[in-house]
Design a protein around this ligand. Structure first.
Ligand code: ARG
Length: 469
């Protein structure tokens, strides 16, 4: 057991206590960030004359070597050390001697861990953003190919009005675009550097905190050292944003599961993304979509856990906060895994366009348009609604769709109907006439697709700065 704080203690820590307290099994995840932070700290200490340039040089080389050795597998991170900070410092001292003992000057593990976690989360936000962007590209492709693919739009899971597949998928495009903007907001708000806050009350060394902040690509240094070592708001925000991403993925997964069912037959999931049953030979299950839906609960759980952990903690640092790590890492890895698989699944999925269109026709999704036809022929909407209702009943009795009724049958219920009713209630007319901004009409859809293309060409900063949603 290699601890940094043996001096004040007279007894060896009990093994159970040691294990309970230790975090090395999980905080090694930010090993790279810990080294990066230490390098910036040492560079600043030397600039301020707290360490000599020679000591700085020795430490920097030592830290780089430790990094390379761990990455290449020559050096193993073991539970002989309490946490990743102790591992790095002990190894440094072993390698560079006296100079290594000065690494921790003017620093506490409290501001160190606050920094490491921020660096880690910031890096992961950038990766998550890139992954959501990949998903958006996949959605955009489906949209571009399906501006004229008619399908039923639903409310209450009842067929309501015809839309297009481009329009339906476009709804998810908007959701994931907002998800990127949430990640961007969190990144901007959290981008202040806690290093130099010490245990809680700063330090008496003349640190240049703005300099370290600049070296580590933060916008500025934090302004209150007690807050710096105990702020986990950004983790709560991240887990909330991740929960929202999962909620969106889960809703979409649910639709994919429905669309893949025998009753809908709107899609065919690629063999690579489905599995069979060990007993029922006919089965091809949408496991990936189900797993994504299932894993949503796990990410929500992380959010609830951290909210609960933080609610009773007095200022400043308390060990409870060590609990922020495993759940955050797990949530990030879960979302990254789900995004990658989901993107692969929808990119390889086949759409059965004829089935979609047939389903829209059979579900009377053009009934509103039939009523609108009568309104255009001078009948009040409420009356038109009643007339079309009776037509729908007739169709149900006969087991046909509205466009299969004869003109005589139309006229028998309302003489205002004429030959052009068939054109007026065709799927094509119903969809293409819907040209209000945001509607499925192909002409407005093309404008949206163009806007999406411009959005995707921009960097995250350009795309999200001052955006209206
Ligand atoms: N492993 C600790 C954590 O994750 C690091 C900070 C420890 N600080 C302390 N005073 N024991 O929060």
């Amino acid at each position: 057991m290699a601890q940094l704080w043996g001096g004040r203690f007279t007894k060896e820590t009990d093994k159970l206590v040691y294990n309970f307290n230790a975090s090395i099994s999980f905080d090694q995840k930010f090993f790279e960030q810990d080294i990066r932070g230490s390098k910036a700290h040492v560079t600043m200490l030397a600039k301020q004359g707290i360490l000599t340039r020679e000591e700085q040089e020795k430490i920097l080389i030592g830290l780089d070597r430790i990094y390379e050795d761990v990455k290449s597998g020559r050096l193993e991170i073991t539970d002989k050390y309490e946490d990743i900070h102790s591992f790095v410092e002990a190894n440094l001292i072993e390698r560079v001697g006296e100079a290594g003992k000065k690494l921790h000057t003017g620093r506490s593990r409290n501001d160190q861990v606050a920094l490491d976690m921020k660096l880690y989360v910031r890096d992961e936000i950038d990766e998550l953003d890139a992954q959501v962007k990949k998903l958006l590209y996949a959605l955009q492709k489906i949209m571009e190919e399906n501006v004229h693919t008619y399908m039923p739009g639903f409310t209450h899971l009842q067929k309501a009005q015809p839309v297009t597949l481009a329009h339906h998928v476009g709804a998810y495009f908007e959701m994931f675009k907002r998800d990127r903007s949430r990640l961007y907001d969190i990144r901007s708000r959290m981008n202040t550097c806690p290093l130099g806050s010490g245990a809680l009350a700063g330090t008496t060394y003349p640190l240049d905190r703005e300099y370290t902040a600049m070296l580590l690509k933060f916008d500025s240094a934090t302004l209150n050292s007690m807050d710096s070592v105990s702020d986990r708001d950004y983790i709560i925000e991240l887990l909330s944003a991740l929960s929202t991403i999962m909620m969106h993925l889960s809703r979409f997964s649910e639709e994919i599961i429905l669309w893949n069912s025998n009753e809908y037959q709107f899609i065919e999931i690629d063999d690579a993304y489905s599995t069979g049953s060990s007993i029922m030979p006919q089965k091809k299950n949408p496991d990936i979509a189900e797993l994504v839906r299932g894993k949503t609960g796990r990410v929500y759980g992380a959010l609830m856990t951290i909210l609960t952990t933080m609610k009773g903690i007095p200022l400043a640092y308390n060990k409870d906060m060590q609990e922020d790590k495993e759940l955050t890492f797990d949530a990030i890895d879960t979302v990254k895994g789900c995004l990658a698989l989901f993107t692969g699944m929808i990119s390889t999925m086949q759409f059965k366009k004829e089935n979609m269109e047939k389903s829209a026709k059979n579900g009377f999704t053009n009934a509103t348009d039939a009523a609108d036809y009568l309104v255009n022929h001078g009948i009040a909407f409420r009356d038109a609604h009643g007339i079309v209702g009776r037509l729908v009943l007739l169709c149900i009795e006969k087991g046909i769709s509205l466009d299969e009724l004869s003109l005589d049958e139309y006229k028998a219920i309302c003489p205002a109907f004429d030959e052009d009713i068939y054109e007026a209630i065709s799927m094509k007319t119903c969809v293409e006439k819907r040209q209000t901004l945001g509607a499925p009409g192909p002409s407005v859809m093309e404008n949206v697709l163009e806007e999406n293309r411009r959005y995707l060409e921009k960097s995250s900063i350009e795309a999200n700065r001052g955006r209206r949603f």
